[in-house]
Design a protein around this ligand. Structure first.
Ligand code: S2G
Ligand code: ZN
Length: 461
């Protein structure tokens, strides 16, 4: 690696030892080789710009690295790239109560922003299991969703301003935190979800909202996959939900065993719905509960009686991902419109059961916003390469189902390396051509996270 990195960064900002290369060259995927050439830790926007200008001149590939909680290989460095960690750009730079805006450096941990907002009497509503280690820059770069999308939307909806360093080393300031700004293309939304392939997010002006009322949680036992959506529709007739999640009995067994938790109900069911709503909706929720039981959709249910119990019930859902990790799951993160969900679930569940009779399947996810997480668990006696090959074989057939319903082959986890070659199941050829053209404009030397998100067109793979 040219020595110029040593001129750009101090010793404490530059690592080449193998332990560091392994630690910062990966994300939460486990199926890619980890082989960066160096890890750099810029401490300012100027340093990021100087690095990108050097990389553009020298043709050095750069991979952005935040909390490294990604699930699609978006932050994986396998080809000698230089990993750009934002761990040291982790300060909250500004807060304005009137504007309800917090200006964060990219490396601010999501939970830090959530706690900062509460301290100031506000609320940052985007939340998910990895919020304790994910970073705002990565949340914006992947348009992270999580468990409150049904009421609060996605990260995209909370970005009021963005500072980005493009592949030319230019610093672009998008939207300046304005509520209204009708002056042409909103480039903010081009960078949000671009997974570091168009530029590196260095600062974000994040919006805050009012703190919610005390929240109550219900977990309901449901036998038929399709009835989960009947329950969703019925509750939504009489109250506004802040969350509507689901998980299968198989997923519940894994999380109860892994975290030594209490099961939510006396008996078991094939599926469980977890609902969260405001204290003021508790009577309406009680009535809806009785009605869905009377309709035969729900067998049993529990309502949290305290904040502690609400959190314990949430653990049953939020602990699933971590509880499955030991089974090296092959993950699919799918979405269709909620109206398409019942038929889609039936088709994909039948296909998965027929395709993987020998594999254990765990379903869970944010069904209230049309997002299913399908995890196929690796049998103990099957090696990971053979297991992933078997799963990869069937993925196209699952994606055909998704495509037939105009769904997404990656609802919230991004494309990265894992879904890159399947992008055509969700994006049209003209769209992908436009994305390639935009990439050429913003990253002319193809150094910004090359090989990620966009299918290969020759050059860096
Ligand atoms: C979830 C977390 C990542 C995974 O639990 O909602 O997005 O393991 C997931 O699927
Ligand atoms: Zn999720």
């Amino acid at each position: 690696m040219p020595q110029a990195l040593d001129e750009l960064f101090s010793d404490k900002q530059l690592k080449r030892d193998s332990a560091s290369l392994q630690r910062w060259g990966c994300d939460w995927t486990r199926s890619f080789e980890i082989a960066p050439s160096a890890i750099v830790f810029p401490e300012s926007v100027d340093e990021v710009q100087a690095l990108v200008r050097y990389a553009k001149t020298e043709g050095v590939a750069l991979v952005p690295s935040g909390g490294r909680t990604g699930l699609s290989g978006g932050a994986v460095a396998s080809h000698g790239e230089v990993v750009v960690s934002f761990d040291r750009m982790n300060q909250i730079l500004d807060f304005n109560a009137t504007d309800r805006l917090v200006t964060c450096q990219a490396g601010v941990i999501t939970q830090t922003l959530q706690e900062f907002a509460v301290d100031k009497g506000f609320f940052y509503p985007v939340d998910f299991a990895s919020a304790g280690s994910s970073q705002i820059g990565g949340n914006v770069a992947t348009n992270a969703g999580g468990i409150k999308v049904i009421r609060y939307g996605l990260t995209r909806d909370w970005v009021a301003g963005l500072r980005v360093v493009t592949g030319d080393g230019e610093l672009i300031d998008c939207n300046q935190g304005l509520i209204k700004n009708a002056t042409g293309y909103d480039l903010r939304h081009l960078f949000i979800g671009s997974e570091g392939t168009l530029g590196f997010i260095v600062e974000a002006d994040m919006r805050l909202t009012r703190q919610p009322q005390t929240q109550y949680v219900m977990v309901l036992g449901i036998e038929q996959f399709g009835d989960i959506l009947n329950v969703l529709a019925h509750f939504q007739e009489s109250l506004s939900l802040s969350a509507f999640e689901f998980f299968s009995e198989a997923a519940l067994q894994k999380v109860v065993a892994h975290r030594d938790l209490q099961r939510p109900l006396a008996g078991s069911a094939d599926f469980y719905a977890l609902l969260e709503f405001d204290e003021s909706a508790i009577d309406a929720a009680g009535r809806s509960y009785e009605e869905v039981v009377a309709k035969g959709w729900v067998g049993d249910g529990v309502l949290s009686q305290s904040q502690a119990q609400a959190e314990a019930l949430w653990q049953l859902r939020e602990g699933i991902s971590e509880s499955l990790a030991e089974f090296t799951p092959y993950k699919n993160d799918l979405s269709v419109r909620v109206s398409q969900m019942p038929a889609f679930i039936e088709d994909v569940d039948a296909l998965v059961r027929a395709s993987y009779p020998e594999f254990e399947v765990c379903w869970y996810g944010h069904i209230g916003d049309g997002n299913l997480h399908l995890n196929i668990l690796k049998p103990a006696d099957l090696d990971v390469t053979a297991f992933y090959a078997r799963c990869h074989e069937i993925s196209p057939r699952i994606f055909e189902q998704v495509s037939a319903r105009n769904g997404s082959i990656s609802a919230e986890h991004g494309v990265g390396l894992l879904k890159r070659d399947f992008l055509g199941y969700t994006r049209s050829q003209p769209e992908m051509a436009i994305m390639q053209a935009v990439k050429k404009v913003l990253d002319p030397a193809a150094i910004m996270n090359p090989g990620k998100l966009l299918p290969r067109t020759g050059g860096f793979h």
